[in-house]
Design a protein around this ligand. Structure first.
Ligand code: FEO
Ligand code: CA
Ligand code: CA
Ligand code: CA
Length: 637
């Protein structure tokens, strides 16, 4: 559902969300079988092209694994000389001593039990080595959203305070200890590191918007403390060893009534919330509590190795429907944080800290992300670009234009970016930074509103109308990562060359795909790409030959792309993180079996997928997959 939100949110220039959606026919087994036959039949030319490419590049390709064909099978598949194991599925206890309720296959576990178990719909994850180890560490995972039809035994019937609490307790983060043994990677339970952070856990608010009048609520008159985090999407590790996560689709938790303010409208709030929490938790009623939404949409920082630490919302990095944030450093040691907003026609940001990263890890850098300058990107048609500073008092960002101070600039980062003329992008998802070359890569997953009706038209950075397929853009800043100018180009335009519509063909060299989302530089400077084609589009129309969502590897030096992994039915592949030695790659399988309507029928929970348990009447579960090379070598080598 959040994925549908992602496709639908379009608050820029249009006051109304798009009602365009692909029709959602319920599909039965025979349709899948037919699609599979179509896939096999129609893939042959592409596969033989792939084989040619393979033959041509065998001697010089750096992608030294056997690429996979597209798949419609309800399994994870990896190349022949690789293996994997599944761990930490939704509902498994995270391992808090004496408080480890087991998963119940009928979802009858209580809200209190859910607060001790892995949450739902895993998204970003990071492996934190213990003492530098590549066989023992702490894994921290985001839980992006819930499917209430799977979360509760009887779905949304008899909506109650208990169900709202269970929903809140299935969100946030899970932290667990893991070790590599003879059965692969397993959770270590109990563990002193085990922790759940939910949509009800206290967070500190830090940076220029902390204490701001727009952050103050009835429950928090000081504007310094907020309960919970929402819509956590991508994640990353900072150079000082903490976890960063973006709050993305938080707007769908709030109801703004029939006459929302311009501010609420610009942030995508609707008359009614999607989740109806406000029926039992009044702070999500934005008519009564108009500032509560301002306390979401931030980059949050957590120290996963200190279970007693308070998570923090870092307001200096700006507010948004943030996918995530990724950190590198300037030549003189200041932190550079790139982030983007995954919503149609929203923006890409960069923050440079005032102070240098200090030696001494998390404890020595507690306020590093609270002071610095935020910029928003403008991509010019000539392949150059500018980082425009979001600084109160400069240019349009003054009181007369509605920005009383720096806190208001950050709380209203969208409006501030509108005022500066930043470039409206095709839904920025993950970013990754190649520290050796200086290129920063970003997936722009799709934007079917581009160039349609009254929506913004194409531009050089977002060059396709009705952009169903997405693209990967990259830029390189002047002066290392410190400059306010950059050069940019596209690494690739995603798509299937077999499609009739020119804008859906793409220009991929090698295995084709659509809707890039997860992205990370891996060992040897190879780029790992994960896809998120929505369940209502998978294996249909322009996506007919692409198969289930997947993970591919690209050599950015040559542009060659090869398919490394295919996922189970109706899932999204996300959340990649390598061990320090590159011999294990952790990913998340998110929402296997998601209904094309985004709402599971609790009577038929495994209608579309039984992964990973594959037993009668089970509920499909998001889970982590740990991938290894059978010879123990570096992944992708
Ligand atoms: Fe939650 Fe933009 O992926
Ligand atoms: Ca998603
Ligand atoms: Ca995503
Ligand atoms: Ca996505």
């Amino acid at each position: 559902m959040a994925k549908d939100f992602e496709r639908m949110e379009d608050s820029n220039r249009s006051g109304n969300p798009s009602i365009h959606e692909v029709s959602n026919p319920a599909r039965r087994q025979w349709v899948q079988a037919l699609a599979w036959m179509t896939l096999i039949g129609s893939c042959s030319p592409a596969l033989s092209m792939g084989a040619k490419k393979q033959a041509k590049t065998d001697t010089d390709s750096r992608l030294n694994f056997q690429g996979l064909p597209p798949s419609l099978e309800d399994f994870v598949q990896v190349p022949p000389n690789y293996s994997f194991n599944v761990l930490a599925a939704w509902g498994e206890p995270v391992g808090i001593a004496g408080r480890m309720p087991s998963y119940k296959a009928d979802a009858s576990h209580t809200a209190d039990e859910q607060a001790l178990q892995m949450g739902m719909h895993h998204d970003g994850l990071v492996f934190f080595p213990i003492n530098g180890s590549s066989v023992h560490g702490v894994v921290m995972t985001n839980h992006e959203y819930t499917d209430e039809g799977l979360l509760h035994a009887d779905g949304t019937q008899n909506w109650s305070a208990e169900k709202v609490r269970k929903s809140q307790n299935a969100l946030g983060f899970s932290v667990y200890e893991a070790r590599l043994g003879v059965k692969g990677w397993q959770m270590v339970r109990p563990s002193a590191f085990a922790r759940r952070i939910t949509a009800a856990t206290p967070f500190a608010i830090a940076g220029p918007a902390a204490g701001h009048r727009l952050m103050q609520t009835a429950a928090d008159s000081e504007g310094l403390r907020v309960l919970g985090t929402l819509g956590n999407c991508a994640s990353s590790m900072t150079p000082w060893g903490t976890y960063l996560s973006g709050e993305e689709n938080w707007s769908y938790y709030f109801s703004a009534g029939e006459s929302p303010s311009d501010h609420h409208k610009r942030w995508g709030l609707r008359d009614k919330s999607y989740y109806q929490w406000e029926a039992f938790d009044e702070r999500f009623d934005a008519v009564k509590h108009p500032n509560e939404p301002n306390r979401f949409g931030w980059i949050v920082e957590v120290d996963p190795l200190d279970p007693s630490s308070t998570p923090v919302k870092r307001t200096a990095i700006g507010r948004g429907a943030h996918e995530g944030a990724w950190v590198t450093q300037t030549a003189d040691g200041r932190a550079v944080v790139y982030s983007g907003e995954d919503a149609r026609f929203e923006y890409i940001y960069k923050f440079i800290s005032r102070d240098k990263i200090a030696a001494g890890g998390a404890a020595a850098n507690r306020e590093l992300l609270d002071h610095g300058v935020l910029y928003v990107a403008r991509f010019e048609a000539d392949g150059t670009g500018h980082w425009l500073p979001l600084v109160h008092g400069q240019g349009m960002l003054t009181a007369v234009n509605g920005f009383a101070d720096q806190g208001e600039v950050l709380i209203k980062a969208r409006q501030a970016s509108d005022a500066l003329g930043a470039t409206k992008m095709d839904r920025p998802e993950w970013l990754t930074i190649d520290k050796s070359t200086g290129w920063v890569y970003c997936t722009l997953t799709n934007n079917s509103n581009r160039g349609q009706g009254k929506h913004p038209g194409v531009d050089a950075a977002n060059p396709r109308a009705n952009n169903t397929m997405g693209q990967i853009i990259r830029w390189k800043d002047d002066n290392g990562f410190a400059g306010d100018r950059f050069v940019w180009n596209h690494l690739l335009l995603a798509g299937d060359p077999g499609n009739e519509r020119h804008e859906a063909k793409g220009n991929i060299q090698g295995d084709f795909f659509g809707c890039p989302d997860g992205l990370s530089m891996g060992p040897g400077g190879l780029l790992w790409i994960q896809t998120d084609v929505h369940s209502s589009q998978l294996n249909q129309g322009e996506f007919k030959r692409i198969g289930n969502n997947q993970m591919l590897v690209c050599d950015p030096a040559t542009g060659e792309v090869k398919r490394f992994l295919t996922g189970p039915n109706m899932c999204e592949i996300t959340g990649l993180s390598f061990t320090p030695d590159g011999t294990t790659l952790f990913i998340n399988i998110q929402h296997p079996g998601e209904s094309p309507t985004d709402k599971a029928d609790p009577k038929y929970p495994n209608q579309y997928s039984s992964w990973p348990d594959h037993v009668d009447d089970n509920r499909p579960r998001s889970a982590t997959v740990a991938i290894r090379k059978k010879d123990g070598g570096v992944i992708g080598s």
